[in-house]
Design a protein around this ligand. Structure first.
Ligand code: COI
Length: 356
């Protein structure tokens, strides 16, 4: 790895008690260029803009995918990643679906560890705080032919994060728009999936909701995801979440929630969730909770579901009664080294720069 440390660290301007997610970037970034059929050297360089032209294929034809993951600092200052191999596997699945080259495990994991190690001062300590890490791959070739590009960039940038969406939100169950279609790119973390979600989400916001529960494109009868998250429903004491598919992202937080729920002895059913069953459960009082999970937010609890012009209120549970909050705490405690790690999910980042 080629390492070029910044001479102008901005760390003294970073106030860990006062920052907003996604606008503040750590001192360094990883970049690696692909051309002539192979990846070049991985470089750790000062964070900053890169030079591209508007004819860059990534912005014209959307060959771009990304990951979201986090680094955590425990009370002793030790730094951990969480299940980074899952993100490595998924970025390559996304890349393949978008006809982009896969990255190597070494590029991805060494790049990640080196960046987190050098920028460890940017990881805010404290409950729910972390460094959000964004690995991405995008087409950089300067060409306007609509075909697979032959130049790409792999990059990793990082932004300090705290818990966000802490208040319960209202979500509209979509009866028209879908996030993904059969045969499409729903299971890829494709940049275009997010672009396509913004307009319907804006319409839902105009109607007084915060987010959308995405339903299937064919019938709108089944839950798929919520906002930028995977979705969970609790009816009585059983937790339901839809199986992953070509339309549903294989979320690392989703997978971790399922494992943690089973460990607690909760009943978890990974099966299709029918809108009408959720609405029926709300009407007969057996619907206890609906929530979304994702790396950035960890958990967002929903307070109301919009369906057919009606706002269906959900019960207000205490933190102790809520499975969503219980599982979120289990996850955050594990991620931040406040609890045992029976699954072997934490990866200590220690002197990574010396070994790359
Ligand atoms: C994540 O949770 O990592 C996401 O994908 C949300 C992000 C778009 C902010």
């Amino acid at each position: 790895m080629i390492i070029q440390k910044t001479e102008n660290s901005r760390i003294s301007t970073f106030d860990p008690n006062n920052f907003s997610f996604g606008n503040t970037f750590s001192d360094h970034m990883i970049i690696c260029e692909y051309e002539n059929g192979k990846w070049g050297d991985v470089k750790l360089v000062p964070y900053g803009p890169l030079l591209f032209t508007p004819a860059m294929m990534g912005v014209n034809y959307g060959q771009a995918c990304f990951e979201g993951m986090k680094a955590y600092k425990d009370n002793d200052g030790q730094v951990f990643l969480f299940r980074p191999e899952k993100n490595f596997e998924r970025i390559n699945k996304s890349a393949t679906r978008l006809a982009m080259p896969e990255v190597t495990e070494e590029m991805f994991l060494d790049g990640l560890k080196a960046l987190v190690d050098i920028d460890r001062d940017w990881i805010p300590q404290g409950e729910g705080n972390s460094l959000y890490i964004r690995p991405l791959i995008f087409a950089t070739e300067e060409a306007l032919k609509a075909r697979v590009a032959n130049k790409y960039m792999f990059a990793i940038v990082a932004t300090p994060a705290k818990m966000y969406y802490t208040e319960p939100v209202s979500v509209k169950i979509s009866d028209h728009y879908s996030r993904a279609a059969s045969g499409g790119v729903g299971s890829a973390k494709a940049a275009g999936n997010y672009a396509a979600s913004f307009y319907p989400t804006q319409l839902a916001i105009d109607e007084g909701y915060d987010q959308i529960i995405w339903t299937d494109d064919a019938t709108h009868e089944y839950f798929e995801e919520s906002g930028t998250m995977n979705v969970f429903v609790r009816i009585n004491d059983t937790i339901f979440t839809p199986p992953t598919s070509e339309k549903i992202l294989d979320g690392v937080t989703r997978d971790s929630f399922i494992a943690l729920a089973k460990k607690r002895g909760f009943e978890v059913k990974v099966e299709a969730i029918k809108v009408k069953d959720v609405v029926g459960a709300q009407k007969n009082g057996t619907l206890k909770e609906v929530w979304g999970v994702g790396t950035a937010v960890v958990t967002t609890v929903f307070q109301a579901l919009g369906y057919n012009g009606e706002k269906l209120e959900l019960p207000r549970l205490s933190d102790e009664e809520s499975f969503a909050v219980t599982l979120k705490n289990d996850l955050v405690n594990l991620q931040t080294n406040l609890s045992e790690d029976p699954f072997g999910w934490r990866v200590l980042v220690d002197h990574a720069l010396e070994t790359v």
